[in-house]
Every structure is written in structure tokens, then in C-alpha cells.
Write a protein that binds this ligand. Structure first.
Ligand code: SF4
Length: 110
């Protein structure tokens, strides 16, 4: 069973508790179809715009055992508001550059 860390949009915290993210990990479907049912080891926000705290927060998730870090769909897809993160490409690039040897990133959850 893979250990999953999830990073979500801080701007979305007020309107989404992440229920579908947890369900997708538990059931091993949607973004987790290839890896199968997993265990969430941490669920954190990006820390707010423009998302520079993601690197440190991703490192913390790796410390806690994350083998995969998923960027919740509020970031790239803008769920549930249809308002994607304008910084997502830069956040993802920086995270992958800094942690590419330590963890696999996926850019959606559901
Ligand atoms: S940087 Fe992107 S993901 Fe983070 S709070 Fe701002 S809009 Fe949301």
C-alpha cells in the first residue's frame, strides 16, 4: 500500500474538507487507479499564494513517509470553483526540481 501526501490550495480550505481526495486514496481510484488503495500520511495546504511554502511542506510529507505527493485537484483543475491556481505550473516545476529523487508527484486527485 502506497503512502500518499496531499497538498491542496489554501484558498479552497473554507469550502472543501478534502473528502473526495481521501476517498480516492482509500479506494485506489481516479488519480490513484494505477497505484491502488493507499494511506494518507499527511494533508497540507500550499501555505497561500504564491505557493512558495510547497517545497518545505512537500519535504515534511516525505519525512513522514510519503512515496507519492498528489497535488489536489483544487490546484490544477480549480475544483470545485472552476478556478485553477495561476501559480500551479511554477509550483509543480519547483517541487519536482527540488524533490525529484525522493518522491513521485501527481498533479490531480479526482
Ligand atoms: S498558490 Fe495557488 S494553490 Fe496556493 S493558495 Fe494560491 S491559488 Fe491556491
Amino acid at each position: 500500500m502506497k503512502k500518499i501526501g496531499i497538498i491542496r490550495c489554501m484558498q479552497t480550505e473554507d469550502i472543501c474538507p478534502g473528502t473526495t481526495d481521501f476517498k480516492a486514496v482509500k479506494e485506489g481510484n481516479l488519480a490513484f487507479e494505477e497505484t491502488g488503495p493507499g494511506e494518507v500520511v499527511g494533508f497540507v495546504s500550499c501555505g497561500g499564494c504564491p505557493g512558495k511554502k510547497v517545497i518545505k511542506r512537500a519535504e515534511k510529507l516525505v519525512e513522514k513517509g510519503a512515496e507519492i505527493i498528489a497535488f489536489a485537484s483544487c490546484m490544477k483543475k480549480g475544483n470545485p470553483l472552476g478556478f485553477p491556481c495561476p501559480h500551479f505550473a511554477q509550483i509543480k516545476e519547483a517541487a519536482e526540481k527540488n524533490l525529484k529523487d525522493k518522491v513521485i508527484f501527481i498533479d490531480w486527485t479526482h
